[in-house]
Design a protein. Sequence first.
Length: 599
Amino acid sequence: MSTYTKNAKLNAWLDEMIALCNPDNVVIIDGSDEQIEALRAEACASGEMFKLNQEKLPGCYLHRTAVNDVARVEGRTFICTPTKEEAGPTNNWMDPNEMYAKLLALYKDSYKGRTMYVIPYSMSVVGSDFAKNGIELTDSIYVVLNMIIMTRVGTAVLDAMGENGDFIKGLHARADMDENNKYIVHFPQDNTIMSINSGYGGNVLLGKKCFALRIASYLGRNEGWMAEHMLILGIETPEGETKYVAAAFPSACGKTNLAMLIPPKSYTEKGYKVTCVGDDIAWIRIGKDGRLWACNPENGFFGVAPGTNVKSNPNALASTMSGTIFTNVVLNNADNTVWWEGLDKNPPVDAIDWKGRPWNGQESTEKGAHPNSRFTAPAKNCPCISPEFDNPDGVPLSAIIFGGRRAKTAPLVYQSFDWKHGTFVGSIMASETTAAASGAVGVVRRDPMAMLPFCGYNMGDYWAHWLKMGEVTPNLPKIFHVNWFRLTDEGKFMWPGFGDNFRVLEWILKRCEGKVDAVETAIGYVPNAEDINLEGLDYEIEAGRKFDINELKNILTVEKDYWLADFENIKEFYAKIGDTVPVELLKQYEDQLARLSAM
Ligand code: OXD
Ligand code: MN
């Protein structure tokens, strides 16, 4: 057996993987600055990455993926549990033996002529109670450098694993990038992830969606904790107290923006502040005091670049100013910096687009950056990063917020009646496709707890786990639902969103503290319009028409007909999940339908 590390299980697994993939070299990633510099230099020499203007963007690099490899591939993502029922109807499934046989053939000799990088990484603070260790094997320096930003990597993790510690096994190979043989596969029972024929972040940074959500959700159910697709933020009051909330939204609903929000001036002047603990994933467990405590298992942000600008998210933009890897954005030849749609109104004229072609931003009708182009930025760069970011205990949650993009159906905010009803609210979460932007109500995609593509086991069992968590401790956060995206009949956004969402967060905290009344409706508690502070809000819905209390009343309404239609859709969705839908949620469904019908 080889002696790459002190850990016998790891050495044995490395021997097996080396024999399978047949690399020319094996390099253990220790996380040192010298090693990082050497890898950057090697990636630049081979053309895998481009060094950007080091005066303006120190430590920043650009990478372009293959043009057919630009996003997560849900259709090729599998949960391989012994039975199909364990994976459930919302996941792709294949018999583990069949899948192993298929994959082993694809991995055979796939590292020939290449180096195998062994990345020891920890999700959460190394050695903390939350922490789980992983080893990712990859033949891509881009993956190594991204993992170094996104997770805690290196010798300290091997030390924490010791001679006998367990780890999540992750094997990634670029192979020959054959689209038809692209697989992102999870074997929850074996603590194993295998990814092949992709180089795109969400498919290959195995600590993120694959481990911290799919495998971790499975571990969480078995071990009594939760892995959720949630941002975590802190709200600091003028009195110096900080309360924490976690929030789940489907992709493309502004999670990173909410996580780093800057409150309106009228609040910042009084001393209110938002601090960011995490923008994508929360691991939640019951603390010694019986409350739910959450940590962000990641160490960086893998954010969508287009649309990020000084107005929409100055904190995210500031986070990308050093030590960042940009993927599939525009390269500005004039000063060797980057650009993307929505950064500013001044696209470069002498540039290279995300496909590597010459691009003139003033003349071209094609987009310069891919709509899913990304920045991988260290969390520590964020000007509003929480002082508790590295707290090994995480932060205590006062509220959990669910949300979606609904043109009409959901009001701006409502509170669930209790944890069980809150679980129901999470289970019926949905977003409408952007057809809604032209005024029509778009196609509804149900995305329970924003976990549809990320739950590592049967969705119905996952809901049961939520209900169970509510039984083991009385000290639970309150559960809310928000919708920043109500539209006028003409398709205009009614609520200003962005920093003004703080006004809603303030109401949510007041509810948690029992400081404000609300109206009991069929779907939950809805604010009295007077209780949402509109001070200093000068948003114009259209030229000359300002947002005022009447507009607010409009977006706080419960639209009976839309809700009744939505319940038909929920019925179909629950039917698809089938027998595993907990009886409690069926009861919640019936009760809410009855309340709506009686409206
Ligand atoms: C993400 C996603 O990339 O949710 O975070 O799709
Ligand atoms: Mn996400």
